[in-house]
Design a protein around this ligand. Structure first.
Ligand SMILES: Nc1nc2c(c(=O)[nH]1)N[C@H]1C(S)=C(S)[C@@H](COP(=O)(O)O)O[C@H]1N2
Ligand SMILES: [Mo]
Length: 328
């Protein structure tokens, strides 16, 4: 059987390990999903430079050695892909939990001295080319300057290994609490601006349509919505009768404070045991259950964050997760 499974949408540049493999708190690198929109660029570590410009007082050009000489920081953070930009309401649940090491973005920008009128940080990857018939001059994302107090970093390491080419090496942006799409790989340029970037992946794709006060508005795909998945048992598992342990992970931009499990297809719910959050990592939950009889069951799980926000049933990327298992 293949280690990778299809998501039902056409994602040619995607490798996705099955959720049932994600049993470790820190996801081993071989089980971290890999995603790109265009061809993968090749970057020479010795000649790599990061240009920082736009609304700053001091433009900077940093080498890898310059970055390595700055204070280093490490953070464990959940890494979740928002899904296919052309199918933003389809849940794909591509997720991992990774230890990133590098230099805080705020540390680098402190040296560049951000001008007071800067409101967004634009980040440029070295990759470009055709994306479904659209010519993309560079992969560009943006994030609000107001997020700079957080843990955004220029990462050089993933799980203590130098960042591989496929995960964006030598240096990528990582924005804990934001969807993976915002963590620009193969980072070559940062620009401070007073507006959002007009790029295809900033203000065309990756903006959800939401209705607010009766009006349809666009909401950038930035902060990660609450989400929970089961990794044990696996989808379609065949279990022997007796006590079962349901195990999974829950995460979101805000810490998760409650996870509920249903063993009857959503008719009733009960609270699972939930670990507290460390850094921006995902949180383990566990639920003991003795199936009342032989047969097929639909198991579901749903998370609620510290602001009380939960997960919708359908039609969104963080729709409630459910699996079917058989006790025989
Ligand atoms: N330069 C660049 N950065 C990128 C992308 C890309 O196509 N090009 N894809 C983004 C998306 S959609 C995701 S989910 C993550 C995937 O990171 P990974 O492959 O290291 O897991 O990278 C993001 N950063
Ligand atoms: Mo993604």
């Amino acid at each position: 059987m293949s280690a990778y499974w299809s998501t039902g949408v056409d994602l040619p540049n995607l490798q996705q390990p099955a959720l049932a493999r994600l049993t470790d708190f820190v996801t081993p690198l071989e089980h971290v999903f890999f995603l790109r929109h265009m061809a993968m660029p090749e970057i020479d570590r010795a000649s790599w430079r990061l240009a920082i410009g736009g609304l700053v007082e001091h433009e900077l050009l940093l080498s890898l050695a310059d970055l390595e000489a700055m204070p280093q920081t490490e953070i464990c953070a959940v890494h979740e892909c928002a899904g296919h930009p052309l199918h933003p309401t389809v849940p794909v649940r591509r997720v991992a939990n990774v230890v990133w090491r590098g230099v805080r973005l705020s540390e680098v920008l402190k040296r560049a001295r951000v001008a007071p009128d800067a409101r967004f940080v634009w980040s440029y990857g070295a990759d470009k080319g055709d994306y479904h018939g659209v010519d993309i001059p560079a992969y560009v994302k943006d994030m609000p300057v107001s997020e700079l107090h957080g843990e955004a970093m220029l990462a050089t390491h993933m799980n203590s290994e130098p960042l591989s080419g496929k995960h964006g090496g030598p240096v990528r942006l990582v924005v804990p609490g934001f969807y993976g799409t915002n963590s620009t790989k193969w980072l070559v340029r940062l620009a401070l601006s007073d507006t959002r970037s007009p790029g295809y992946f900033t203000t065309v794709m990756y903006n959800d349509r939401v209705v607010k006060d009766g009006l349809e508005q666009l909401s950038p795909v930035w902060r990660v919505a609450p989400h929970a998945v089961m990794v044990q048992p696996a989808e379609q598992a065949r279990l022997t009768p007796g006590k079962q342990k349901i195990v999974g992970w829950a995460w979101g931009a805000d810490a998760i404070t409650r996870v509920e499990v249903s063993t009857d297809a959503g008719a009733s719910w009960a609270a699972a045991q939930l670990d507290a959050r460390e850094d921006h990592a995902w949180q383990r939950f566990e639920f003991e259950w003795t199936p009342p009889s032989l047969g097929t069951y639909q198991l579901r799980c749903r998370a609620f964050d510290s602001t009380g926000v939960g997960q919708p049933e359908h039609g969104v990327r963080n729709a409630v997760f459910s699996i079917s298992i058989t006790v025989e």
